[in-house]
Design a protein around this ligand. Structure first.
Ligand code: SF4
Ligand code: SF4
Length: 384
């Protein structure tokens, strides 16, 4: 398993092109993955409408440079992603526009995937997911290049190469699959199933301007100043988690990759090419999306959550917590909640029925006003 690293401190186009060329050179260059005439899906992280300064989506300049490199190699790029919360083709176009991707498609004269609907795609030898409702157009390509963004994530701990492929699932069916797989391990296995089916030829991590804290949408932008690439997404994620100083034992997709035998523990069998780990390591660890625990506390907590009585379990679990001072009453959280646990009150405030909540944190992910955090609920009365 090979992962190439390259320090890179800005999104200036020419500098970024040189950085990407030297990043891919130890892996054989982009020509090792793209043959002339191939139709290639470029899959950024486009979780929602956000400008590049917020570090929510893959930087448009990185997307543009990769598109040019594919063209240079004789391929035909197609740009596309499918965020979980859009209902019409026009809404999807608005998101592409806000992220700067529509302009890339126009200027580089390449197709943008905007069609509504999906095609069913079977998962070979599935762990948990037998077929994927894949967004229209995504399967009609010869190869996929995955462009994840380095971010923390409320549910999975970290949003990297494996998690970014959840975007191939058509729109609102993503929320439904949170409800189908409410257990964290099953959800992570579903992500592994998607990765094994889509099987991108190459993954390039946008780790230049990253996000820490309340990711994947409400965290704080943070310069991490590196690019990472690999044909192996499990190795790439393990290395990026290490560089960000995030606790690997709490990063769900990394842990499940190890459990499923797709990856060895402790960066075992991973060969680092290009710049060294030390040259790219972040000066201080990323703030996690949810307060981090050491490995022993984390394991004890998992065990305790499974066996203790329900009231105590409630105290141990993480829940969405609402800040009504920041809430604008838009109702996005209510519309996105997979099990329908949120109702909007007459005062236009969301009210959660915690007995139905599966702690998927889709609401926190979708709230544009940073009005939802993740934490413990008080389950005993306060003193008068
Ligand atoms: S999405 Fe955020 S701002 Fe909108 S109603 Fe829910 S909590 Fe309030
Ligand atoms: S309230 Fe939030 S965390 Fe709970 S199920 Fe709904 S979307 Fe998921």
């Amino acid at each position: 398993m090979k992962v190439s690293l390259r320090r890179c401190e800005s999104y200036e186009t020419e500098g970024l092109l040189r950085a990407l060329q030297s990043l891919l050179e130890p892996l054989g260059g982009i020509e090792a993955y793209i043959q002339p005439g191939m139709r290639v899906l470029v899959k950024p992280n486009m979780i929602g409408a956000a400008g590049p300064e917020r570090a929510v989506v893959t930087h448009p300049t990185l997307v543009r440079v990769v598109v040019r490199m594919i063209k240079e190699a004789g391929g035909f790029p197609v740009l596309g992603d499918n965020p979980g919360f859009h209902t019409t083709e026009e809404a999807l176009r608005r998101i592409y526009r806000a992220c700067g991707y529509e302009a890339i498609a126009e200027e580089e004269k390449i197709p943008l995937l905007t069609k509504e609907g999906w095609d069913w795609v079977s998962v070979p030898n599935p762990y948990v997911l037998e077929r994927i409702p894949m967004a229209k157009g995504m399967r009609d390509v010869d190869a996929v290049i995955n462009l994840p963004k380095l971010k923390t994530h409320g549910l999975t701990g970290y949003s990297g190469a494996v998690k970014n492929l959840y975007g191939v699932m058509a729109g609102l069916s993503k929320a439904q699959h949170h409800a189908i797989f409410p257990k964290r391990n099953d959800f992570a296995d579903m992500l592994l199933d998607i990765q094994r089916t889509v099987h991108p030829v190459l993954h390039i991590m946008d780790g230049i301007l990253a996000m820490e804290g309340a990711g994947p949408t409400a965290g704080t932008p943070r310069w991490a100043n590196f690019l990472a690439a690999s044909p192996n997404p499990y190795a790439l994620d393990a290395v990026c988690v290490e560089l960000a100083g995030l606790p690997a034992h709490e990063m769900l997709t990394v842990q499940r990759s190890i459990t499923r035998g797709l990856l060895g523990p402790h960066l075992q069998n991973i060969i680092i090419l290009g710049d060294s780990l030390e040259a790219c390591r972040c000066a201080r660890p990323f703030l996690p999306a949810v307060k981090s625990r050491n490995i022993i506390v984390s394991q004890l907590r998992k065990w305790a959550v499974a066996v203790v009585p329900k009231p105590l379990r409630t105290a141990l679990r993480d829940w969405p917590l609402f800040d009504y001072a920041a809430c604008k009453g838009c109702g996005d959280c209510q519309r996105t909640c997979p099990p329908g646990a949120i109702a909007m009150g007459e005062d236009h405030r969301p009210k959660v029925d915690y007995s139905r909540c599966i702690s998927c944190f889709c609401c926190q992910e979708m709230c544009r006003h940073k009005a939802i955090s993740i934490g413990r609920r008080r389950v005993w009365p306060t003193r008068p």
